[in-house]
Design a binder for this molecule. Sequence first.
Ligand code: KG4
Ligand code: ZN
Length: 345
Amino acid sequence: MPVLVLSQKNCYILGIESSCDDTAAAVINNGVILSNVVATQKIHEEYGGVVPELASRAHQQNIVPVVHQAIHKANIDKKQLSAIAFTSGPGLMGSLLVGTSFSKSLALGLDIPLIDVNHMQAHILAHFIKAEGQTAPNFPFLALTISGGHTQIVKVTDYFEMEVIGETIDDAVGEAFDKAGKILGLSYPGGPLIDKYAQKGNPERFKFTKPKVKPLDFSFSGLKTAVLYFVEKEVQKNPDFIAENLEDICASLQFTIIDYLMDKLKNAVKQTGIKEIAIGGGVSANSGIRRALTEAEARYGWKTHIPKFEFCTDNAAMIAIVGELKYKNKLFAENNVVAKARLKL
Ligand code: KG4
Ligand code: ZN
């Protein structure tokens, strides 16, 4: 991929995201988000996880109103759009297909270019959205992408030059939060709830062991099992153990996870010599990781970038910014482009 040259051309790009359980659309104009609409599917809460078939069906119901609202809120006419950018992968196939076929039809109907976007690249490039309280990282930087599907450390040398230097060998960190949440009887997704209870708890009350793998890799399946065995054992002694200690359990678990993520970042900084760090993905909404990264600026001399809350969890603003970067470099997709459930960076 050539180094990007960003032209100053004025453009309006519509971004569409449908890789998992959020149907989202956003309009961007020269780096500034004009609208950012997300319809989160509540239907999965009662199942304790995303049900792919239900997700696909909900995307079909949501996509037209969500896109309509995004264009309306941006205060433009759809005829002003310069291109349509959509998530082509990675994600759930049935979900990706809805956004892909909708985007293709709309681009064809409006006779404008179509741009395919890698969801994980978008989580990283969301930092280049021009928004108050958000600073764009300088190349090269390290990106820690932490979501329900991924946990990676990526070395980013240019907009589209990225190398995964560490990743999880089993569960993603978001999955660890959600599965632990399920064990504790919390509704799906457990991540935000564990974060909420953790704020009032004692992080040193219970000890969980940090899994040992290669310096830049992660493992979370053992932690989930450790939580399960610990809770089962305590509940046998006291049936009300979870209710009576929920805040301390959440705080201790969150402390272990954040400490583990920070250990890996420290290893990556040591190995690469890069001290500029950006986080992305749903788990970067977590208050613990946000605090730990902010503290790392003074403690280790890092320059850290934390995205605005609305650009952390799945959203289409991040798809729109990648669309704009590609549009300005004429990196368009053919109309026969296909969705890919597995797509590398
Ligand atoms: O990026 P995302 O919206 O979707 C995926 O691509 O996976 O990430 C969703 C994940 C879920 O596992 C959710 O529990 C987690 O992000 N999450 C959090 C928080 N907010 C969302 N985990 C911990 N603390 C939070 N505040
Ligand atoms: Zn995501």
